[in-house]
Design a binder for this molecule. Structure first.
Ligand code: FAD
Length: 278
């Protein structure tokens, strides 16, 4: 069964990157995504690039979700940016705490994403559909899985409409997390975040940083391919396609792809799933 899709991009750093991303988006639009989202550098470091890409997506006739991180921000700056997003016609936000690069003091008036969700609801009522992040394999800074589930519940109770997970390769982790959330009375959509595999080094670096687990057998297979990019991609395509099949068969009602600003890997998975442009 084909389910609704969303695609995530990061803001391009150069004019050439922006041109390339426009082409990538057009290729992915063929799959009629429910929305496309653009990440936001914590501390506002990508403000211009993020808002620019969001503007372009809206102008291309596609619903855009702007990621919005609050760490280091003040109520005044958040208020001003929310007004700017509303004026741009943005209707959907991914409300996050974010991670400041090391060396930055924490500062700011928001400690957690739940503070941001609460603030947005207080200030803007229901002007935005609010997505939040969640972690089937537990956020790396969480005191315990239970504490992390409570942190997720705090975001939902503060007014989140739906959630997107950190990527993972063990469907059991997702199903268990959704079960635990339902038992805790959280009935919002919990959409799996899917990371296509295109490069071993990049995947391992990201996974170490964000706490996503690469199962040993996948790590070993990837390592064994060395620099053989074609084999890494073919193996990655099989692994991620099988993951998507399991997730949808097990009840996932939508999928969110971390595209890494590339069309081929995501489209490869969708093609292998046999999903058509809608
Ligand atoms: P929170 O929900 O605030 O949680 C952060 C940590 O604090 C967790 O360990 C949680 O258990 C703990 N916690 C929460 N509330 C409490 C409390 N009351 N008491 C004690 N502990 C608490 N990062 C970016 O910089 N830009 C992006 O665009 C971006 N997009 C993302 C999109 C998705 C779908 C995902 C899954 C992650 C994204 N990230 C992004 C990464 C994210 O910013 C980091 O994972 C960050 O460390 C946590 O953000 P959060 O919103 O989940 O934080």
């Amino acid at each position: 069964m084909q389910v609704p899709l969303s695609f995530e991009f990061f803001p391009p750093k150069t004019p050439e990157g922006a041109v390339k991303l426009r082409g990538v988006r057009q290729q992915l639009y063929a799959m009629r995504p429910e929305f496309c989202s653009v990440t936001y550098g914590a501390g506002g470091s990508t403000h211009e690039g993020t808002f620019g890409a969001v503007r372009e997506i809206l102008a291309e006739g596609v619903d855009a979700a702007c990621h919005f991180s609050c760490i280091g921000a003040t109520r005044d700056t958040v208020r001003a940016q929310l007004a700017e997003l509303k004026a741009m016609g943005v209707k959907r936000l991914v409300a996050l705490r974010g991670d400041l690069p090391s060396g930055y003091g924490i500062g700011g008036e928001f400690l957690y994403a739940s503070d941001l969700v609460r603030f947005i609801r207080e200030e803007m009522d229901r002007d935005f559909h609010l997505e939040v992040a969640c972690y089937p394999e537990v956020h790396p800074q969480a005191r315990s899985p239970e504490a992390d589930l409570q942190a997720f519940a705090a975001k939902v109770n503060a007014g989140a409409d739906s959630a997107i997970t950190q990527y993972f390769f063990s469907p059991e982790a997702y199903f268990r997390f959704v079960d635990d959330a339902r038992k805790a009375g959280l009935d919002l959509p919990i959409v799996p975040g899917i990371m296509p595999i295109t490069s071993s080094m990049q995947l391992m670096r990201f996974s170490d940083a964000c706490g996503a687990e690469i199962p040993r057998w996948i790590r070993l297979r990837l390592t064994s391919f060395g620099d053989d990019t074609a084999s890494i991609r073919a193996f990655g395509l099989d692994v991620v396609t099988a993951l998507c099949e399991r997730l949808v068969a097990g009840g996932a009602r939508a999928l969110h792809f971390y595209t890494m600003n590339q069309a081929a890997a995501t489209l490869g998975v969708l093609q292998q799933l046999g999903w058509q442009a809608r």
